[in-house]
Design a protein around this ligand. Structure first.
Ligand SMILES: Nc1nc2c(ncn2[C@@H]2O[C@H](COP(=O)(O)OP(=O)(O)OP(=O)(O)O)[C@@H](O)[C@H]2O)c(=O)[nH]1
Length: 295
């Protein structure tokens, strides 16, 4: 699937590329149920329900990876995705492609867009936020960005090594801010079209992703290369964690009821073996860090 094809197929839905006024998505009924509606958002894996007749949802757009999906249920999940990265690495350009806006349509000052994607036959709505301020003086805004995301896209430019270094620092900052959470994080090397001025090799990006335990992809916003893959990958990473944590909880509750002494001993031995296999795990991760469809 290419993004361009989809836009041609669904002309009416392009109005959803309209940016969301900052207050808009806080007014959604599901958010109002939260204790602090102005700043709350659905937790990872939770769904903000979609009411077809609700006029407040007219900013939604649709981006489908499947050809015929009208049979889909209207209920979908809503997740916030925050883009982080230095000035000029291409955050706004990537967000613009996600939102389906062209320079002609662009409305200055808007930086948050909501769009519904159908990925692997399931609808998911992403609220993509290009609100990161690099200025270290704006602590409160940075803190907010680090708090609200259900997933993060850390962007650097392959033509500027200093932005790559900043990306690694941002990964550390994010880890500190959201320690206990297994967040989907995707490291993005943008401007891959600028071959002659490349300063960061693909292998370096991949190695960094392995060290920092995140996913990796190179994109070109200018050529719209891998941008669809990036946002669909975000959706898949969110789902893998959502489904994984549900399965783990189910398994834990069954275990608690049924676990015998033999099973406990086996689990202990498994953990020992797993520790020995840590090196192997790093190798496996380095093979899979560019595959956004697996954990
Ligand atoms: N060649 C090339 N240029 C790009 C690409 N992505 C963005 N640019 C250009 O890089 C410049 C900066 O892009 P932005 O999208 O504004 O970058 P940003 O990260 O949002 O920058 P700030 O808003 O300052 O934080 C613009 O001139 C873009 O046209 C790309 O993939 N390839």
């Amino acid at each position: 699937m290419t993004l361009n094809t989809q836009r041609e197929k669904e002309p009416l839905r392009r109005r959803g590329s309209t940016p969301i006024p900052p207050t808009h998505f806080y007014q959604h009924s599901s958010y109002l149920e939260q204790p602090r509606p102005q700043r709350s958002h659905p937790a990872l894996g939770q769904s903000a329900s979609y009411h077809p007749g609700d006029k407040s949802l007219h900013y939604r757009a649709h981006w489908s990876s499947d050809s015929d999906d009208d049979s889909q249920s209207d209920s979908d999940c809503v997740y916030r995705v925050v883009l982080l990265g230095d000035h000029g690495v291409g955050k706004t350009s990537l967000t613009g492609i996600f939102a389906g806006i062209t320079e002609k349509d662009e409305q200055p000052g808007e930086d948050t867009y909501e769009r519904t994607l159908t990925v692997d036959g399931e609808k998911t709505t992403l609220i993509v936020m290009d609100t990161w301020e690099n200025d270290k003086l704006v602590h409160s805004s940075q803190d907010e960005c680090l708090k609200v995301g259900s997933a993060y896209v850390i962007v650097y430019s392959v033509t500027d090594r200093s932005t790559f270094d900043s990306a690694a620092e941002l990964r550390i900052t994010l880890r500190r801010a959201r320690q206990a959470e297994n967040l989907p994080i995707i490291l993005v090397g943008n401007k891959s079209d600028l071959v002659r001025s490349r300063e960061v090799a693909v292998e370096e990006g991949r190695a960094c992703a392995v060290v920092f335990d995140c996913k990796f992809i190179e994109t070109s916003a200018s050529l719209q290369h891998n941008v669809t893959e990036l946002f669909e990958g975000v959706v898949r990473q969110i789902r893998l964690r959502r489904d994984g944590s549900e399965a783990i909880q189910r398994r834990r509750s069954i275990y608690k009821r049924k676990e015998s002494l033999t099973q406990k001993a086996r689990r202990f031995l498994d953990r020992l073996v797993a520790r020995k296999n840590q090196r192997m795990a790093v190798k496996v991760r380095s093979k899979s860090c560019h595959d956004l469809a697996v954990l």
